[in-house]
Design a protein around this ligand. Structure first.
Ligand code: EPU
Length: 446
């Protein structure tokens, strides 16, 4: 396996010879969209926290660097996938230093609550993350204001947030069940004085795992059936030890790769409960799977795949992050598939290169789903119609974002002939050692 330096973005092109089924076993570790948040939670407690089953991905490196800039020590044991974070000493980071990490991730905004509790102030740089829509942070800032923080947006480099008298409980309602804004509220309200009620919240498994971490730390948080969290503020929190839940986005991405390449992949670590919605769709398309104690085996049984109509949604709906890799498999299904994207307004940019490779995909501004979504009549091409099966041919492709990029990689592996996939380092943000995994599955690439 080729050693890859995650800080080095020069190893940025992958030359792929497609047309070979991916067969074999790979292991998926903890969820990117949980691990980064649990690392931020560690900052709440003056002590040591231990996080297990951590994947080696760029986002973990970025959050580790951010924690170090704020005075914490972070030790990483890759063999075990264990992170040890000591947040006994926390200080305000130098604005210029924090700024060097801006553009890398959306996690810095979640540092607000812990830093306000520990230091009374926080500085949030301009945010990065995938370019898949406007990605505003208005819900985050409104939540912090309601909890008593002063939010100053006049700084050129970012946002300065203060709470010299601490935060206090509040009644908050989210206009849309945002994952990040729910986490923001949990991380900020957990030590606010009094009671916080958060309605209209998101309840993704990654969020519930964060609640589990906070409970281990000493928090008092309950959730009602109507997606309302109730948080009783506590004065002190202690460090935690926790094993991260598996990355269900990565697991589904490899499952889609098995389908698109006519392959057979055993994804060690994949968990059925968090993937039920995906598994139902996988079965409807004609993909086979077998759930075991160790993980889930996904394979293409031969014959035609069937088309489906899906709508992305918040949990327990079909995740927006499952959509892109699955679209590649849908180009091989016989008939017309429809994907209505209701979480992000602009998440179909990745289909353009697929069309150049031979796929027939048309984008529509209309809501092609059972219910109109909030992007109705807002001029966003957020519905896709995929007509298949269409053979794919290798091409030179530029990776646009994390999930779109992985779907391009799958397309290149499924296509006949060579492809050069450029900008591959973006995939390191969320897919640990994907080159090693591709090699284990018999892919032909260098
Ligand atoms: N939104 C607002 N205002 C806000 C916050 C969100 O309008 O203040 C909107 C967004 O523009 C979007 C929708 O609400 O249209 C949902 O955004 P959400 O806040 O739920 O997304 P996020 O927290 O920024 C996380 C994941 C994403 C994943 C989404 C949805 C992390 C680091 N990112 O983003 O993951 O797609 O939840 O499940 O947890 C990925 O892994 O590739 C990825 C993009």
């Amino acid at each position: 396996m080729k050693e890859v330096d995650l800080a080095d973005t020069t190893q940025d092109v992958l030359h792929v010879e497609g047309g070979k089924p991916l067969n074999g076993t790979i292991k998926v570790r903890g969820a990117k969209n949980f691990v980064s948040k649990a690392m931020v939670a560690a900052l709440l407690a003056p002590g040591v926290s231990v996080l297990k089953n951590v994947p080696e991905i760029r986002d973990v490196h970025v959050v580790s660097d951010l924690l170090r800039l704020h005075g914490a020590t972070v030790d990483w044991n890759d063999d075990k996938g264990t992170l040890k974070i000591d947040a006994t000493n926390v200080r305000l980071a130098d604005v210029a230093d924090v700024d060097t990490l801006s553009g890398s991730s959306r996690i810095p905004i979640l540092f607000s609550g812990p830093l306000l509790h520990r230091l009374g102030e926080a500085f949030i740089p301009q945010l990065g993350g995938c370019n898949i829509g406007g990605r505003p942070i208005d819900f985050h800032l409104e939540t912090l204001r309601k909890l008593g923080a002063n939010v100053d947006k006049e700084h050129q480099d970012g946002i300065h947030i203060t709470a010299p008298n601490g935060l206090h409980g509040a009644k908050i309602h989210l206009p849309y069940p945002s994952v990040g804004a729910t986490e923001q509220t949990l991380l900020a309200a957990v030590q606010a004085e009094g009671r916080t009620e958060l309605s209209g919240a998101a309840t993704e498994p990654e969020i519930m795992d964060l609640v589990a971490v906070l409970q281990k730390m000493g928090a008092v948080i309950s959730v009602d059936v109507d997606r309302t969290f109730r948080i009783e503020g506590v004065k002190t929190l202690k460090g935690f030890t926790h094993t991260a839940l598996t990355d269900r986005i990565e697991a589904a991405s490899w499952a889609s790769a098995a389908l698109a390449t006519h392959g057979d992949i055993f994804v060690k670590g994949a968990m059925q409960p968090e993937m039920m919605t995906f598994l139902n769709v996988y079965r409807k398309i004609g993909g086979e799977f077998d759930v075991t104690d160790e993980g889930i085996r996904f394979w293409h049984p031969g014959g035609d795949l069937k088309p489906v109509a899906i709508e992305t949604d918040v949990h327990p709906g079909f995740m927006t992050d499952w959509q892109q890799p699955l679209v590649v498999a849908l180009t091989q299904a016989k008939g017309l598939s429809i994907v209505h994207e209701t979480v992000y307004e602009n998440r179909f940019g990745f289909t353009k290169p697929l069309v150049k490779m031979g796929a027939t995909i048309q984008l529509y501004r209309e809501c092609l789903g059972s219910l109109p979504c909030r992007f109705q009549q807002r001029n966003y091409k957020h519905s896709a119609v995929i007509f298949g099966p269409t053979p794919l041919e290798g091409r030179d492709i530029d990776v646009p974002d994390l999930r779109g990029g992985f779907s391009h990689l799958i397309a290149a592996l499924a296509a006949s002939g060579p492809s050069n996939v450029q900008g591959i380092s973006l995939i390191d943000r969320g897919y640990a050692d994907f080159r090693g995994k591709l090699a284990a599955l018999g892919a032909d690439f260098d």
